[in-house]
Design a protein around this ligand. Structure first.
Ligand code: PLP
Length: 389
């Protein structure tokens, strides 16, 4: 296996970052209490709020999004508290393990990993559990390439007085999300997916209802790396850092947010959608199967492709990387599939064609015949129908 850098990173995050983000990452490293850095950190909070389109509090934590997700769980969950968990993929399942570990009484809504729960299923679960205080949902289950009906889920939660906890890691900047209009209480995202930034920060948006729930939890950590409350009291209310942020990452994430805001968040979402639609059309025309059973639930941020039983995801992924210099993602335990990422920089132009060509020809190299020409033709037709404005 070559250890030369890949020519194309079409993984489902971290993904290729722009020259502008790379350059920003190389900004001088200053003392974190330097007034210039304090100003930059404040600016980042404002930019993240704009990308989310929310007036909720923004908490920026220094660690890949798993930090923000775990911090949200430990802040909210009291022993015996009832939580509805939508477990339609590996991240949803993982959320369930955390909830249980912290003493929640968890009601799981399961569909299998090739589907997402419908609003009717969720409404039924909520009505059957009127004492539930929180509902956890993964907006885009990246390992499955599926997107959940988050608008309806948020509205159901709001109508029933339930705090929603949303893993928006693989959606912010690539799939529409409206925390305020849809009533999403805790959103956790990250820069290294659709925003096209560096991995290393958790970007949270927290509503007053969520703070009220956290206030009821005597176990919510304080003076801890996992503490959201530290960031609220020290940074939001006191302008002091509970611990030192990664100065370089902050500069990089600012550049990534500025780029998305200059383009317009809605336009960035449209671009991710266009790329994913071309990729999905190509997969089907090649004679392959999408992993999501209902194409309407296929996500903008990654196309998950079911593999024939004769091949494993690692075999296909590694072959494509080795022979063509293209890095796609394996399955992360969701099933026998590979994923072509459409995130940030790679959600534009002919990136989906590169992914399809490498995958299609790679499968043929490995003995599984596909109609590569038809796949490329269909993907190009989809791109041509929705020009790159
Ligand atoms: C990428 C991602 C995360 C971040 O977790 P890692 O496992 O460290 O990549 C969390 N949730 C979702 C849905 C993601 O796509």
């Amino acid at each position: 296996m070559s250890t030369r850098s890949p020519d194309f990173t079409l993984a489902a995050g971290p993904t290729t970052v722009s020259a502008r983000v790379l350059a920003a990452q190389g900004s001088p490293v200053t003392y974190h209490y330097d007034p210039a850095f304090l100003d930059r950190f404040r600016t980042l909070g404002e930019l993240v709020g704009k990308v989310y389109g929310t007036t909720n509090d923004i908490i920026l934590m220094q660690g890949e999004a798993v930090l923000g997700l775990e911090a949200a769980v430990v802040a909210t969950v009291r022993p015996g508290m009832k939580v509805i968990n939508l477990a339609n993929g590996p991240y949803g399942k993982g959320m369930g393990y955390w909830l249980v570990a912290h003493g929640a009484e968890v009601v799981e809504v399961e569909t299998g990993f090739r589907e997402v729960p419908t609003p009717e299923m969720i409404e039924a679960a909520v009505l059957a559990n009127p004492d539930a205080e929180m509902l956890a949902v993964v907006h885009v289950e990246t390992p499955c390439g599926t997107v959940s009906p988050l608008k309806e889920i948020g509205e159901i939660c709001r109508r029933n007085g339930i705090v929603s906890l949303v893993d928006a890691v693989a959606s912010l900047g690539g799939v529409e999300i409206q925390p305020d209009e849809w009533g999403l209480d805790i959103c956790v995202s990250a820069p290294q997916k659709c925003l096209g930034g560096p991995s290393g920060m958790s970007l949270l948006a927290i509503s007053q209802q969520a703070w009220d729930l956290i206030a009821k939890n005597p176990n919510a950590p304080r003076d801890s790396f996992l503490s959201i409350l530290d960031w609220k009291s020290k940074w939001l209310e006191g302008g002091k850092f509970p611990y030192t942020p990664s100065v370089s990452d902050v500069h990089g994430v600012i550049a990534a947010c500025e780029q998305v805001l200059e383009e317009g968040v809605a336009e960035a979402v449209r671009r991710h959608h266009r790329t994913a639609a071309a990729s999905q059309a190509g997969v089907l025309a090649m004679g392959l199967e999408l992993w999501p059973l209902d194409p309407a639930t296929a996500a903008n941020s990654a196309t998950a492709v079911k593999l024939p039983d004769t091949l494993t995801d690692e075999q296909v992924r590694d072959h494509i990387r080795h022979r063509y210099g293209v890095m796609i993602s394996g399955s992360l335990g969701a099933g026998n599939l590979v994923r072509i990422g459409h995130m940030g920089e790679t959600a534009r132009s002919l990136y989906p064609i590169i992914g399809l060509a490498a995958l299609g020809r790679g499968l043929r190299d490995l003995g599984h015949d596909v109609n590569l020409g038809k796949g490329i033709d269909a993907a190009m037709a989809a791109l041509s129908d929705a020009p790159n404005l």
